[in-house]
Each structure stands twice: as structure tokens, then as C-alpha cells.
Write a protein of this length. Structure first.
Length: 364
């Protein structure tokens, strides 16, 4: 049976390539990443499933006002097996990572290019390979007339790249009858070239928005203001200390240590001759080891709640009577682990629950 199925899959090579190319052409970046969402891709996939002759296809739209149509799609299809009670799930996400700066691409990210035996295009690996391999698996069973041992469940979900709130998390919370405890789940996302790697855990993810507040003035008179962009730049460098503070290694992960990377930077002032009074950047953090919740919100370890010094800023002077111990070394105050659970009102926390653990530890 295995050989029959493998032969069938290899016969479907060209169909797989065409399917991959069609998926690449549909932009399914989620709305949190300023994309149109997954509705068009879901429509395409539903038609594909219908053309395979699959009768049991259900839609579970998750309400989301930020996309056209007001909902994020989730598709579930069942292919009957000999065992109707236990399902083998293949779960793939439909959304993709934003293409980033298009000028950095050698080709159009949404126009597939085949070169050296590879297909280039946004989402080809993450997660079209999962969608295509799931569909070809099902097609191989159907075309060869072999009834699988387990009932195969295909779940094509939204929103994996930004937290799964409108995807898998929505299905689990609002339609608990879909998945059963005894079901087997395979998530064909990531992996290795030879298919020999099975991922069993992912890092918890935390995204932190950091705003520095200074005082806006004309750039010709910097002494009258406080440059929020410069403060943010110093802070970005200081945040490198986080990897020393959180230095536990766990070889189950790749890389084994936690990572803390400044990524997105918002525009501050529109013109060159104004000193920015406000600056915003973001930190992408991924925790490798378990243990207590980490909190970056609420307080600095030295309990000084007032505006702190700008490390290395020659113009900073301690306010009289308050910073009378002088400017502490910047090394003295970077953020540290805290046993504090999420501080109300803070925008940053590590999740410890299994739902959060399921968030991607690989690049959204
Ligand atoms: Zn993925």
C-alpha cells in the first residue's frame, strides 16, 4: 500500500508544482501585518477540495472586523477512513509572513519562479509546502482507491503568524467537538530537506512595543529638547544584555538559547530638521526554557519609577534630590527576570499556557 501511495504522489509532481504556484500568487498576509487576510486563499482551497470529490467540508469563520468580509476563514475537511472514531489531522496555516521590503527580493514575491529545482515565492516553504503535501496525500489516497486506516482530517487555518487567535485557537475554544483527545495531529510546518526532522516543541514568543519619550524641538537647538530617537538607539544596544540575563540553554530548540531582536521601527518625525520627541520600536523575544513567567512590565529592578538616565547621553544630569547617587551604570538597570505575573496594564508578558507555547518559535 505504501508503494502504491508513493508512486501516486510522484505521479502528482506537476500538479503539486501548479498548486504551489497558484498558492504563491494569492497574498494571504494577515491584517495585523497589514495584509488582506486569508479569505481568497480559503476560497481557492475550498474549490480544490470540492474538485477532489471531498464531501465533508465545513467552514468555521472567526469574526474579525479588520478584514473585508468581517471574518477570518478556517476550513475543515474529513476524508473517511476505516476508523471513523479516530482521526489523523493534517493542520496547515493559510496566512503567510509579510514579504518585507520588495526591493530586497530578486523576484516578485507573489509571482512564482522555478530555478534550480526550487520554487521561489512568498510562502512557498511557510506554509504552502504544508498545504500542498496535505492535499497531495489525500489525493493519492482517493486516486488509488485506498481507504486510509484513520479518518483523515484536513484543517486549513488562519492567523498562525500572529498568534492563532482567529485560527487554531478559535477552533479549539469555540468548536471543541472538532478535535478529540485520541486524535493524532501532524503539523507540516517547517522541517528538514529529507523529512527526517520532527519538531516537538516551539519557543514562547513575546513582542514588545517600546516607546521612548523625549521633547521635540528644532534640530538646530538640540539642547532645548530631548532626542527620543537617540534614547531608543542607546536602549536598543543595551537590550543586548537580555541574552546574558536569560541565558538558559535548552537543546530541544534551535537555536538553544532565548533570542531578543529589535525588529520593526516606526517612523518618527517626517522631516530631517526636527528632533523627535517620541520614538517607537519593537522587540521580538523568543524564550527557550520553561520555568516562571517572565515579566518585563511594571517596574525596573531598582524600583526607580521616574524617567531614568539615557545611557551614554552626555546631556543627562540627575534631577536634584532624586538621582543623587549619580548616574548608575547602564549595566545596573537592564530588565531582569521577575517572578511577577503579567502586570496589569503592561503590554508585555510571557505566556506559560499551552496555547501560547504553540505560538511560533520560528519566524512569523
Ligand atoms: Zn508556518
Amino acid at each position: 500500500m505504501k508503494n502504491i501511495l508513493l508512486k501516486k504522489v510522484s505521479e502528482l509532481e506537476n500538479e503539486g508544482i501548479e498548486l504551489m504556484k497558484n498558492l504563491i500568487r494569492i497574498n494571504a498576509v494577515g491584517p495585523k501585518n497589514n495584509g488582506p487576510g486569508e479569505n481568497e486563499k480559503a476560497k481557492f482551497l475550498k474549490e480544490y477540495l470540492q474538485n477532489l470529490g471531498i464531501e465533508e467540508i465545513k467552514e468555521y469563520p472567526a469574526p474579525d472586523a479588520s478584514v473585508a468580509g468581517g471574518a477570518r476563514p478556517n476550513l475543515v475537511a474529513l476524508i473517511p477512513g476505516q476508523n471513523r472514531d479516530q482521526k489523523l489531522w493534517l493542520i496547515s496555516h493559510m496566512d503567510i509572513v509579510p514579504e518585507g521590503d520588495r526591493s530586497k527580493w530578486a523576484t516578485d514575491p507573489f509571482e512564482p519562479v522555478i530555478r534550480d529545482g526550487k520554487i521561489y515565492g512568498r510562502g512557498s516553504e511557510d506554509n504552502h509546502q504544508g498545504l500542498v503535501s496535505s492535499l497531495l496525500t489525500v489525493k493519492a489516497f482517493l486516486a488509488s482507491g485506498i481507504m486510509p486506516h484513520y479518518t483523515i482530517g484536513l484543517a486549513f487555518v488562519s492567523d498562525e503568524e500572529t498568534g492563532s487567535t482567529f485560527g487554531l485557537e478559535y477552533l479549539v475554544n469555540n468548536h471543541p467537538d472538532i478535535f478529540a483527545k485520541e486524535d493524532i495531529v501532524i503539523i507540516p510546518d517547517a522541517g528538514s530537506k529529507d523529512g527526517g526532522m520532527i519538531e516537538i516543541a516551539e519557543k514562547s514568543i513575546m513582542w514588545v512595543k517600546i516607546k521612548t519619550i523625549g521633547k521635540q524641538v528644532h534640530a538646530s537647538l538640540p539642547d532645548l529638547g530631548i532626542n527620543a530617537f537617540r534614547a531608543a538607539s542607546h536602549l536598543v544596544v543595551e537590550l543586548e544584555n537580555l541574552r546574558h540575563l536569560y541565558n538558559t540553554r535548552d537543546d530541544v530548540f534551535d537555536p538553544p538559547q532565548s533570542t531578543f531582536e529589535p525588529t520593526k521601527k516606526e517612523a518618527n518625525v517626517p522631516n530631517i530638521n526636527t528632533l523627535p520627541g517620541e520614538d517607537v520600536f519593537y522587540l521580538d523575544c523568543r524564550r527557550s526554557a520553561g520555568g516562571d513567567c517572565w515579566s518585563l512590565g511594571g517596574r525596573r529592578p531598582d524600583r526607580r519609577r521616574d524617567r531614568g538616565p539615557i545611557p551614554g547621553c552626555p546631556r543627562w544630569r540627575p534631577p536634584p534630590g532624586r538621582w543623587d547617587r549619580g548616574c548608575p551604570s547602564p549595566r545596573a538597570w537592564p530588565l531582569r527576570p521577575s517572578s511577577t505575573r503579567r502586570t496589569p496594564g503592561s503590554s508585555a508578558w510571557w505566556g506559560t499556557g499551552s496555547a501560547r507555547r504553540a505560538r511560533s518559535g520560528r519566524p512569523p
